[in-house]
Design a protein around this ligand. Structure first.
Ligand code: C2E
Ligand code: CA
Ligand code: CA
Ligand code: CA
Length: 279
């Protein structure tokens, strides 16, 4: 067993949901899906909480299976993480996303950033920095437009190795975001130790705002801490005006959620940016 933290929990819960048989056939189907080009990328806007202008997009992987339909990432990412296919899929996502954001910028006629999820196994892979360099070189995208999203668990597996890799990512201009912040390990020491720029507050803390007192206290504390540490915060899973208003009033700079834009295919995002649908 190599996986720890969030990765492991997700693997087990995904396995427990359906009969094991199903996942084995799903796993077999994944290999042909790669050859057949059934994997797609969707893009979800990350907006400024005050102005609602789009500042960037998060890349979210989709699998369009010919008969099963859309297979959600919570089902296939853990399998890809186990069999190693995540390295191939993740490299493809990173390269595609870097090229895509330049097209988005051209349509929007302004600067945008792209946020890409990096799984624990990808992060630990020897070839990861090579893949990152290739993605930047092939697309011609400056590293500063890139945000790499990793979870607390990814950092904690081997903090010494993590520090080395994060430093090299930062040297390329990329910013590091802690994904699902607050749901993983509770040690905050790494915020000081590692070159981290962004905290993505998990939807678990956002979904019952503003009424839920404990969640509200946690969000306020995270926002306070982030301000003192000079980190920016993205609130995930914002679905209502009330949530947005509450967060914005507490100086949460960025919002991501169904309220301000669902994950969408690139052509839909492009059309919206072209029409200046999003200012
Ligand atoms: P995540 O990185 O935390 O991504 C955010 C998830 O929240 C996405 O689910 C997104 O569609 C969903 N979401 C966004 N706004 C809302 C909202 O307002 N309400 C609700 N209920 N949900 C919202 P999705 O696309 O199903 O992805 C699930 C997870 O799969 C991601 O969680 C991430 O951990 C993983 N994943 C997706 N794409 C990739 C990828 O390219 N690489 C890796 N390594 N993991 C990925
Ligand atoms: Ca993410
Ligand atoms: Ca997240
Ligand atoms: Ca999540």
């Amino acid at each position: 067993a190599k996986e720890t933290g969030k990765g492991r929990a997700v693997v087990y819960s995904a396995r427990e949901q359906g009969p094991p048989q199903h996942d084995i056939s799903l796993e077999a189907a994944m290999f042909s899906a790669v050859r057949e080009g059934e994997f797609l990328l969707y893009y979800q806007p990350i907006v400024d909480a005050r102005t609602r202008s789009i500042e960037g997009f998060e890349t979210l992987m989709r699998w369009k299976h010919p008969t099963l339909g859309m297979v959600p990432p919570v089902r296939f990412i853990p399998i890809a993480e186990t069999n190693g296919l995540i390295n191939l899929l993740g490299a493809w996502a990173l390269k595609s996303a870097c090229a895509q954001i330049l097209q988005f910028e051209e349509a929007a006629k302004r600067e945008l950033y792209i946020s890409v999820n990096i799984s624990p196994r990808q992060f630990r892979n020897d070839k990861f920095l090579g893949v990152l360099d290739e993605a930047l070189a092939l697309s011609g995208m400056p590293g500063k437009k890139l945000v790499l999203e990793i979870t607390e668990g990814t950092l904690m597996v081997d903090p010494l190795h993590a520090e080395t890799i994060l430093t090299k990512m930062a040297e390329r201009g990329a910013r590091i975001a802690i994904d699902d912040f607050g749901t993983g390990y509770s040690s905050l020491a790494y915020l000081k130790r590692f070159p981290i720029s962004v905290l993505k507050v998990d939807r678990a803390f956002v979904k019952d705002l503003p009424d839920a007192q404990k969640e509200a206290a946690i969000c306020s504390a995270v926002l306070d801490m982030a301000r003192h540490l000079d980190l920016s915060v993205v609130a995930e899973g914002v679905e209502t005006e009330e949530q947005l208003g509450w967060l914005s009033a507490r100086d949460c700079r960025y919002i991501q959620g169904y309220l301000t834009g669902k994950p969408m295919p690139a052509h839909v995002a492009l059309a919206a940016l072209q029409d200046n649908h999003y200012t």
